[in-house]
Ligand binder design. Structure first.
Ligand code: NAP
Length: 480
């Protein structure tokens, strides 16, 4: 998504650029994830590029396959495809001080030179398998949610799903109508926010095609934006009215939807709402009340040949085990080796936690820009919008290179240290740091995200503070 965006903007600016794609197809997360029930929980019309509205969404929330089609159509329409080199994983990118360029090495062994590198390699990309004993001994098929097996036994079969993040909840909801027995293994219960869901009729789609302003009205819907603002304020004001309102809506949802008191208690979270990513669902609570579905809250002891053994000794016999256990969210461009000035490795710079100045640039790594990089906003809103705002910021930095005013540009170490100090202090006080485990936390337990409001992010991205940057002119290094 972010790479296609950068490509569109670079092509519009008449730049000479190449997109290196490790796979044989574009689409990122929407190419990788193909599990049953895959849906984006950002309203479909808000989950498009601002400049490319789409009349074809089937429903208020889009299915994964539709989103994949949208990105591929958009890449085609904007003339990106001839610029994409498929099956071209970048193994390393090394800054050549003398020449002032990055030298990229591809998996094919080929070397390529670039004045600017844009790392748009995604966040939730490297599957995290659970450390459950005996996984290899399972006689059925066991696989990660992002590696969905088309031949998996699901229909009329006994299926276990480990994990109840957004992915596990969507899979269980979809499989509840297909499996003969479905066990949802939940280590921690989740807050479930009820949301509306409806199909767009052919007449409505036709109206969108004729008049894209109708789509714009949906994108600008005041209620939607108010909810985004409320949500980001709730993240930062953990004792404020907004988070209390979110918790109340979710608790009412639990109270009013789940009939069996025992199941209700199993599903009741014991930490603050939005500490983990809030789950948006219109049908999960119906799914778990189907007679073929069991919510399992006891601890897993191990996986055995026939199924999953619980610590209390019970065995859930299964044909298929789906591991919806999340991603290594701290990888970003890695495992690509990135060596900046003086051969310093990004891996070493990130030994404690991945960081980037305002989530976009890194001291010592000139002309290197990240989209959806570390410490950017996370939450229940469109990452396309976030990437577009980041691009607007990056574009202004690239402009300095384009105009010849600069040969290299990178943030100063002091500016970055100051940003990180303020960010970490603020992040600890956000709802993400209120005492739960989630992929939002770095290895030291600090939330690895933007800790201020959406408006503060939009302001920061509107214009880089150039005095925080080291700009190297053709001959000399200038502190601005
Ligand atoms: P996740 O939110 O990281 O959830 C992983 C789940 O696996 C958690 O329930 C976790 O339990 C459980 N788990 C991990 N290791 C385990 C173990 N050893 N034993 C038992 N349980 C274990 O991953 P995800 O659901 O794939 O979602 C990741 C993110 O992808 C989401 O937060 C969201 O940003 C994005 N996503 C978005 C959508 C969308 O609709 N837009 C859909 C899917 C995903 P604990 O909670 O106890 O750690």
């Amino acid at each position: 998504m972010a790479g296609i965006l950068a490509a569109i903007r670079l092509r519009q600016a008449g730049e000479d650029f190449t997109v290196f794609e490790k796979a044989g197809r574009l689409g990122g997360t929407w190419r990788e994830n193909r599990y049953p029930g895959l849906t984006c929980d950002v309203p479909a019309h808000a989950y498009t590029y601002s400049f490319e509205p789409y009349a074809e969404w089937d429903a208020y929330y889009a299915k994964g396959g539709e989103i994949q089609t949208y990105f591929e159509k958009t890449a085609e329409k904007y003339g990106i495809m001839p610029h994409v080199r498929f099956d071209s994983e970048v193994v390393s990118t090394v800054w050549d001080e003398g020449a002032g360029v990055w030298r990229l090495r591809l998996i094919t062994g080929e070397e390529v030179e670039a004045e600017v590198v844009i790392a748009a390699s995604g966040v939730l990309h490297h599957p995290k398998l659970p450390d459950i004993e005996g996984l290899d001994s399972f006689e059925g098929q066991a696989f990660h949610s992002a590696r969905w097996q088309d031949d998996a036994l699901v229909d009329g079969a006994r299926v276990g799903v480990v994990g109840n993040g957004s992915t596990g909840v969507q899979i269980v909801t979809a499989l509840s109508k297909r499996a003969s027995k479905l066990v949802h293994f939940q280590r921690s219960p989740q807050w479930i926010m009820p949301v509306p869901y409806f199909q767009y009729s052919e007449e409505e789609k036709e109206a969108f095609r004729r008049d894209p302003a109708l789509i714009e009205d949906i994108r600008n819907n005041k209620e939607y934006w108010d909810s985004i603002f409320r949500f980001t304020h709730a993240i930062t004001d953990t004792h404020g009215p907004e988070i209390a309102a979110i918790e109340q809506i979710c608790l009412d949802n639990l109270e009013n939807s789940i009939r069996d008191p025992e199941l209700k208690e199993k599903l009741r979270p014991n930490y603050r709402a939005a500490c983990k990513r809030l789950i948006y669902s219109w049908s999960y609570y119906d799914a778990v009340q189907s007679p073929n579905v069991e919510v399992e809250r006891n601890r897993i002891a191990r996986v055995e040949a026939k199924g999953v053994r619980m610590e209390d000794g019970r065995l859930h016999e299964l044909d298929t085990l789906v591991l919806a256990t999340g991603f290594h969210a701290d990888r970003f461009i890695r495992p690509t080796t990135v060596l900046g000035r003086g051969g310093v490795s990004l891996d070493d710079v990130w030994s404690v936690r991945p960081t980037a100045y305002y989530a976009v640039t890194i001291p010592g790594f000139p002309n290197f820009f990240m989209l959806n990089g570390p410490t950017g906003p996370v939450g229940n809103f469109s990452l396309i919008d976030i990437a577009e705002k980041q691009w607007a910021y990056v574009d202004q930095l690239i402009d300095l290179l384009r105009s010849g005013e600069a040969r290299t540009i990178e943030p100063s170490a002091d500016a970055h240290a100051d940003y990180e100090e303020r960010r970490i202090a603020a992040a600890r006080t956000t709802i993400f740091g209120s005492g739960c485990n989630s992929w939002y936390l770095d290895a030291t337990g600090v939330p690895a995200s933007w800790p201020w409001s959406y408006e503060a992010f939009a302001d920061a991205m509107a214009a880089p503070v150039l005095t925080d940057y080291r700009v190297e002119a053709a001959a000399e290094l200038v502190e601005r």
